[in-house]
Design a protein around this ligand. Structure first.
Ligand SMILES: Nc1ncnc2c1ncn2[C@@H]1O[C@H](COP(=O)(O)OP(=O)(O)OP(=O)(O)O)[C@@H](O)[C@H]1O
Ligand SMILES: Nc1ncnc2c1ncn2[C@@H]1O[C@H](COP(=O)(O)OP(=O)(O)OP(=O)(O)O)[C@@H](O)[C@H]1O
Ligand SMILES: [Mg+2]
Ligand SMILES: [Mg+2]
Lengths: 267, 267
């Protein structure tokens, strides 16, 4: 089974899509076979690669609703070793459509299972909510990365997110783990950010040794620093490695990727 | 009828809540009677005032689902002249619960109508989606402000947002208008931001004189500059005027409020 990670935070605009694209691209540049799945009706992941879906292009909506549709039918090649399954705006209707299906939370897991042999890593870009699309991601993921800014309002959403993962771990996916908080748009010089990081670490420290999915969670290293080049790259349909390979943003995602390859024991 | 504005952008983390709170607080400091409504299950508006709802506190969920519940039953006084209706996490279930009701999009409009005499301005803080809660806001609003960062990915969501407002203007609320784009977390020195503003203005210019709800829309002046004090204030349950009244963020929201009082011809 490929290492499967959900990038999830119901707080909006925290860096989920930017991290999915650039972490995925960094892992692919280090030789891993990577699949990205866009689960957000805004289709920002697809836009990041400059892809507007042609009418006959199959998307994640077909994958979830059409029993005959397989991952291989939807996959697009973005870069060497980097594939993705695009989303469409109509994905927003899927919550209602899936609700009629038996076992609607496990549809994505069953579909991805067929493609396990083709990939080493799968990254799931979640929408800014904890609805059925995000639950589908949690049902198939081995681990969760929580992209967030070290600000107060995003911090407050963390409890609710952890509760949702806990619920999924008690039924749909007992082995899911929250491995880390991925700090994005980070400004290391800000005392507010340092205070929020202190609060995150003390919240996590309370659960060491307790039987919860986030007992081993920590703030991932390095933080991804704020860097306008990361916001510019998608307007050219490029990853940060195509657009500005020497900028701090590229460095941060490269170092994160190397840390993960080491931690997962990948070749 | 009070001037009713929806702060809406389905793109997450663009400054909707920060603008609702601080624009509302600025208008109240200039003597207007202001009501803020938190329509986001994340309840960031309520958190911004340091309010965690007590179990017996009525919230916007009661307002939408309980026919007997009135605005006056839910309102909390935040500052002199500044009231708000809090949200709760269970608001996320409202989409399913409202769906059974006849005329589910107009529930908020009918409830707010009773309180029209008490307020000069009503600001609606929307969740990062275009579902039934946001449609309820569009059904009662006179105008829409679109908070956004001058980045590429948020720009791409604008078309979809305008389409949704258009749909509402063709049935539920023919008089709704998109008055402006409220630039938040703005970095005036960035050439990327200037390029995106140019793109917004040229997209809007194409519709001058055309019969669409955004034919008169423009980028609002001033932009709200990026300023860490705006992100710090909510951790103390304060508006920017309590926390750092002389900072650039306070100046920007004061100037926006004065411009609106002038434009709306308020006392
Ligand atoms: N490290 C960074 N430095 C500067 N800008 C960034 C950085 N990371 C992301 N951005 C920009 O911030 C905005 C939000 O990022 P992104 O879209 O990745 O967040 P998201 O969590 O996926 O949002 P949503 O909740 O809407 O899906 C985008 O305009 C993006 O280009
Ligand atoms: N001008 C600004 N300068 C610096 N930080 C800001 C500014 N405006 C907002 N923020 C911070 O950016 C983050 C996102 O802002 P906010 O929560 O207001 O956005 P939102 O659009 O309401 O998000 P959501 O889509 O989750 O409801 C918050 O941490 C907030 O404190
Ligand atoms: Mg995203
Ligand atoms: Mg908000």
């Amino acid at each position: 089974k490929p290492r499967t990670v959900a990038l999830l935070n119901q707080k909006g605009g925290v860096g989920k899509t930017t991290s999915t694209v650039n972490l995925g691209a960094a892992l692919a540049r280090y030789g891993q076979r990577v699949l990205l799945v866009d689960l957000d009706p805004q289709s920002n992941l697809s836009l990041h690669f400059g892809v507007e879906c042609a009418p006959e292009q199959r998307t994640v909506r077909d994958l979830l609703l059409d029993p005959e549709c397989r991952v291989q039918d939807c996959v697009q090649r973005a870069r060497p070793g980097l594939d993705f399954v695009p989303a469409v705006t109509e994905l927003a209707l899927v919550e209602g459509e899936l609700a009629q299906l038996e076992g609607m939370q496990a549809v994505l897991r069953d579909k991805l299972r067929e493609a396990w042999g083709d990939y080493d890593v799968v990254l799931l870009d979640c929408p800014p909510s904890l609805g059925v699309l995000s639950v589908n991601a949690l049902t198939v993921a081995d681990e969760v990365f929580v992209p967030m800014q070290a600000h107060y309002l995003p911090l407050r959403g963390l409890e609710k997110l952890l509760q949702t993962v806990h619920l999924v771990s008690q039924g749909l996916n007992p082995s899911i783990r929250v491995s880390g908080i991925l700090l994005c748009m980070h400004d290391g010089s800000s005392s507010h950010a340092r205070a929020v990081i202190g609060e995150i670490e003390s919240q996590l420290a309370q659960f060491r040794g307790v039987d919860v999915p986030w007992s081993g969670a920590a703030v991932l290293d390095p933080a991804v620093r704020r860097n306008i080049k990361l916001a510019e790259a998608p307007s050219f349909g490029k990853t940060i490695f195509d657009y500005a390979p020497q900028c701090p943003g590229a460095d941060d995602y490269r170092r994160l990727a190397l840390g993960l390859i080491d931690r997962w024991g990948l070749p």
